[in-house]
Ligand binder design. Structure first.
Ligand SMILES: [Zn+2]
Length: 205
């Protein structure tokens, strides 16, 4: 890769934007985890913390692509950008996160991949393309939790299903999850919230 071309490219700016976007997403997700903890959604707290860690790992991929390809002396990148800030409940934040994942999947990363290809940065274009699937998983997770929270169905189903305690592993089949685990006594927030995407993954394994 020609470093001079890279320095002048739109792709270097898009890598920087991707790094900032995922770093910021990771922070926002961590704040959501704190809110989940305050509201005693312990399983969701863990899920959000893990998701936040994944976002930092994604940010690192873009950071390293910048570092590897830029001029040895480094570079300062200047550009305009817009970021949303909203006052929102935990449930609303799941919905906003789903919206943002959808935009990243359908608009942001496809645009970055196309630009990288046009500019001849094939390997970087592939990194952007990998984000389609990552953002799709994120979208499915966020929208399902948002809907379950909205309909008050995190721990309630129309038909009996198997509920599992994330603390002790106790399982029970019923329509509603327990308020306190009958075995370890941990609260409802420790009941594993099974998501459709997880179930698909298990089937494929
Ligand atoms: Zn238990």
């Amino acid at each position: 890769m020609n470093k001079e071309d890279f320095q002048k490219s739109e792709t270097i700016v898009n890598l920087c934007r991707s790094f900032l976007l995922e770093s910021q997403n990771s922070a926002r997700c961590k704040f959501m985890a704190e809110k989940a903890s305050e509201e005693k959604y312990c399983y969701l707290e863990d899920l959000l913390k893990k998701t936040s860690d994944k976002m930092i790992a994604q940010a690192k991929v873009f950071y390293e692509a910048l570092e590897t390809n830029m001029d040895d002396l480094g570079i300062e990148i200047e550009f305009d950008d817009v970021y949303p800030f909203r006052k929102a409940s935990l449930a609303e934040n799941f919905l906003y996160s789903a919206d943002e994942a959808e935009i990243a999947r359908d608009e942001i990363y496809p645009e970055y991949a196309t630009t990288a290809k046009e500019e001849g940065f094939v390997e970087i274009a592939k990194k952007f393309e990998f984000m389609y699937q990552i953002k799709d998983c994120l979208y499915l997770m966020m929208i399902e939790i948002a809907n379950k929270m909205k309909e008050n169905k995190l721990y309630k189903e129309d038909k009996p299903i198997k509920w599992k305690c994330d603390n002790c592993g106790h399982e029970e089949t019923s329509k509603d999850a327990w308020n306190k685990c009958p075995f370890c006594g941990f609260e409802q927030g420790h009941v594993i919230v099974e998501l459709k995407d997880d179930k698909n993954q298990e089937k494929n394994e």
